[in-house]
Design a protein around this ligand. Structure first.
Ligand code: ADP
Ligand code: MG
Length: 316
């Protein structure tokens, strides 16, 4: 199947430092959509996924400010809300871009869950910072009131809540989406799936799942989606044109065409920062190890050229 999974980073959705208004998001998506519409002709099916870090951050702040009047929702519900929000954002800009490019594809966004293991060691050692920065007194209070894990970030001068980032085990909607894509109805759509890494759930009993307070790394979840759908190409779109060795240091070198073995060597040597480029490279390696054909890291301006083999980091 000559299809592709394209994972859009939070920063491909909202410019870094943006306040997060709908207008900012739409104008950013307008540029992204133009490029996606161009590649949608050649990559069938085109399946999209996306991050939700900034969007969840805004919802957390909103619910914090409104807590006295409106009961705050748990994190899994906020994830569901952002899947709807970003799905709608993509629809709003991608459909007109597709029509302008002469394509009749529809854009369909689906609410998706990702199963994690309740016994995942990540729950005992939360590592993923979410939400705003707090003072030391606030941090102490939140720890006592909600049992949150709070961590000090001296560089940015404050305390933040940490949540677990467990390993994604299973994409619950995967089999249904696979069936959809094998039908003519599915083939007439660009699908948006598993936004924000999917809503994290644990299995209680048969077909009974419960949401958990965790975040799933969207790059890891994207690798799972690409694998589940048997898509040969997996693209991670972020805000740098690719992966570099000696990143930000003298002798910095951007990787262009590379092999899985070479990328793996650099990864083991610690060339890719934890929490940013590290999980992307890890996700790509995982995808290739499980039979994926091509893994690409790029940004929006270079996306089309990267797929043609002239930009980005390309791994085969
Ligand atoms: P996204 O929201 O797209 O997931 P991230 O901030 O998580 O974006 O990851 C992209 C960032 O990774 C880049 O902005 C860059 O600063 C950082 N980065 C860390 N190590 C590297 C590296 N070796 N090569 C390129 N970028 C790197
Ligand atoms: Mg990231």
């Amino acid at each position: 199947m000559p299809g592709a999974l394209v994972a859009l980073g939070g920063n491909a959705l909202l410019p870094r430092g943006a306040r997060g208004s709908w207008e900012e998001a739409r104008s950013r998506m307008r540029a992204t959509a133009q490029t996606l519409a161009r590649i949608a002709r050649r990559y069938r099916p085109l399946v999209l996924t996306h991050g939700n870090g900034p969007q969840v951050g805004l919802l957390l702040r909103q619910s914090e400010l409104a807590a006295r009047e409106v009961p705050p929702s748990p994190l899994d519900v906020l994830d569901a809300e952002t899947q709807g929000e970003v799905g709608y954002l993509i629809q709003s800009e991608l459909e007109p871009a597709l029509r302008r490019a002469g394509s009749r594809l529809d854009v369909l966004a689906l609410v998706c869950r990702t199963e994690v293991r309740g016994s995942d060691p990540a729950f005992r050692r939360p590592t993923k910072p979410i939400g705003r920065f707090y003072s030391e007194q606030e941090a102490r209070l939140l720890r006592k009131q909600h049992g949150w894990t709070m961590a000090h970030d001296p560089a940015r001068g404050g305390w933040r809540r940490l949540v677990a980032s467990p390993v994604p085990l299973r994409w619950l909607e995967g089999p249904a989406v696979r069936r959809l894509l094998s039908s003519s109805a599915g083939r007439s759509c660009v699908l948006v799936v598993s936004g924000g890494g999917g809503i994290p759930v644990v299995r209680r009993s048969r077909a009974n799942y419960a949401g958990v307070e965790a975040v799933i790394d969207k790059d890891r979840a994207a690798a799972l989606v690409a694998h589940e759908l048997g898509l040969p190409t997996f693209v991670i779109v972020t805000d740098v044109p690719g992966a570099a060795v000696s990143f930000g240091r003298p002798g910095e070198r951007w990787l262009h065409e590379t092999s899985r073995e070479e990328l793996e060597r650099y990864w083991r040597a610690g060339e890719f920062a934890e929490g940013s480029m590290g999980p992307k490279v890890e996700a790509g390696l995982d995808f290739l190890r499980r039979g994926g054909r091509r893994f690409v890291i790029t940004d929006i301006p270079s996306l089309a050229r990267a797929l043609d083999g002239h930009a980005g980091t390309r791994v085969t």
